[in-house]
Design a protein around this ligand. Structure first.
Ligand SMILES: [Zn+2]
Length: 342
């Protein structure tokens, strides 16, 4: 992957290439993507540029030995960590770590770079389980970065979904994140920065990756309808009008497909993140459509600061119920009810 493959993230690419050319590369970066937003291949494009021995202006050459190994995910100085557990491919009794699944990881990233969390679970044969990044994984990372890079001039650890790292694992890693060994860079890729342990998040420079790079069909129209539904729901919540909120919930439940309902729920999650950022005075790092930002800023002042954080797991759960074919009216009615209780 080269930066040229990420036109929708041109600004992010420019910033990343600027870090390399100025020699001021932070020890830890945290990419915030929407699920399936392509931040993993973007991180690889960045590492490819960093390792390239024949850079072409602001992009890698894509052909030198370093580019070649990085693009195939077989560079010996780049390590991957992602949430795992036992499943149909590797039994729990084998106590799998990320390294146990490295083949499945490579196959997935190469065949479907814009993969989602669910795609990964399917690829690892762990659907419906609760994967996490355990202390065994943290130990493995630390042993991998304990030595000087084998080939290039840097060592990198790509951590997919640091929000699924347990506290023991995070504690092990903290010292390295705080003072990364020379020539070592950590790239964390999260879907929910607010769920990453604050001790970890505070050591990373946050980079918002735009999901507009994702090859989806009529995202624009879908996004506009999601925003409309969101506004009618939040207006009702803000004015404590339960009947109007239930009506808005019913409109969501009547969307034509379960996927469409899930699309709304993921929009609702994203907007809760934007409201959270807006309430912290961090609107400028949210990088969302101006109209979405205006909608978020409208509700941020009237909600408790803890509201988005409390609601996110409730939305996740609603989305899971939709996946499991639970009656959509019941799921939405329950969600609206909880939006009032929180
Ligand atoms: Zn190259």
């Amino acid at each position: 992957m080269r930066f040229a493959d990420f036109k929708a993230n041109a600004e992010v690419c420019k910033m990343l290439s600027g870090m390399v050319s100025s020699g001021r590369i932070p020890g830890a970066l945290m990419f915030h993507e929407d699920d399936g937003g392509g931040a993993v291949p973007l991180a690889m494009a960045f590492l490819q540029y960093l390792g390239c021995t024949n850079r072409q202006g602001e992009d890698s050459c894509g052909e030198c030995p370093s580019c070649n190994k990085i693009s195939k995910l077989i560079h010996p100085d780049i390590h991957f960590v992602f949430p795992v557990t036992g499943g149909s491919i590797i039994p729990s009794s084998a106590k799998p770590t990320s390294l146990s699944y490295i083949k499945q990881w490579r196959d997935l990233v190469l065949s479907n770079p814009w993969f989602s969390e669910r795609d990964l679970e399917e690829a690892l044969g762990i659907e419906g389980k609760s994967p996490l990044i355990s202390v065994a994984d943290a130990k493995e990372i630390l042993s991998q970065i304990a030595f000087n890079p084998l080939e290039g001039n840097f060592c990198a650890v790509v951590v997919y979904l640091p929000e699924k790292m347990n506290a023991d694992a995070a504690n092990r890693l903290l010292k390295s994140l705080e003072e990364p060994p020379a020539k070592t860079i950590f790239i964390l890729i999260t879907h929910s920065p607010e769920k990453v342990l604050p001790t970890v998040a505070s050591r990373c420079q946050l980079v918002r990756v735009s999901s507009a790079g994702r090859p989806i069909g009529d995202g624009g129209e879908e996004n506009a309808l999601n925003r409309e539904l969101f506004v009618s729901l939040m207006d009702a919540v803000a004015s404590r009008d339960l009947a109007a909120a239930l009506e808005a919930g019913e409109a969501v439940a009547s969307l034509p497909s379960r996927d469409r309902i899930k699309s709304f729920l993921s929009y609702l999650s994203e907007m809760m993140r934007v409201i959270f950022l807006a309430s912290q005075g961090l609107s400028s790092v949210a990088h969302v459509h101006q109209e979405d930002m205006s909608a978020a800023e409208r509700y941020a002042p009237s909600l408790k600061k803890s509201y988005p954080r409390s609601l996110l797991p409730v939305i996740d759960r609603a989305s899971m119920m939709i996946d499991r074919n639970v009656n959509q009216k019941i799921v939405l009615c329950d969600l609206v009810d909880k939006m009032f209780m929180i």
